[in-house]
Design a protein around this ligand. Structure first.
Ligand SMILES: [Zn+2]
Length: 188
């Protein structure tokens, strides 16, 4: 595990910036052009939450509690694109440059905390939920751990009753991040 799982899910699905992320993108920073560096930095230090929408697509919620939350969709396939203003008006598409949202998705995909474009979203999500239980079971036995495991089992149960067409992945990704955050609060 590259990153602490609960931390990683917070940064992916609740949008918290995570310090550990910084050390994992040094290699990226070394190879990007100067004009892209600021966007890579924003991707790892700003509060940007990304959720799977459908295969190859993500939706992004951004903005702090006090300000306007907005939602944009990103298309993460061969020709990556984002519906944000920066991507539409400023990004050098000929050079395949990316906005901070695409960078955030890119980094989280590399770290295996978002599905790749070839992953079946339903299968990927279900496998992740089961990994969450395995992860929780690495914690010392406690009432809180037991409570988290029970909550996660309920989420898995609900998830399995849905069909892959109608699934709201965002809802489930937030639920699992919230459950794992409960264990973080007592151990970190
Ligand atoms: Zn964008």
């Amino acid at each position: 595990m590259i990153l602490h799982r609960a931390h990683a899910l917070r940064t992916a699905f609740l949008g918290y910036p995570v310090n550990e992320l910084v050390s994992h993108v040094d290699a990226i920073k070394e190879i990007v052009e100067i004009s892209q560096l600021a966007r890579v930095n924003s991707a790892i230090t700003e509060s940007i939450a990304i959720y799977p929408l459908k295969q190859g697509y993500f939706t992004v919620s951004s903005g702090s509690e006090d300000s306007n939350e907005y939602s944009i969709d990103i298309y993460y396939k061969q020709s990556k694109s984002c519906s944000c203003q920066d991507f539409l008006y400023n990004i050098d598409k000929d050079k395949n440059h990316m906005c901070k949202h695409l960078w955030k998705a890119h980094i989280l995909i590399i770290l295996n905390f978002l599905p790749t474009v070839t992953n079946d979203l339903y299968e990927w999500s279900l496998a992740e939920l089961n990994k969450d239980i395995e992860f929780l079971q690495t914690y010392p036995v406690s009432q809180r751990r037991q409570s988290c495991v029970e909550q996660m089992k309920i989420v898995i149960n609900q998830f399995q009753k849905e069909t892959s067409e109608s699934l709201n992945y965002r809802k489930y990704m937030i639920l699992r991040a919230n459950i794992l955050s409960q264990i973080l609060n007592v151990s970190d």
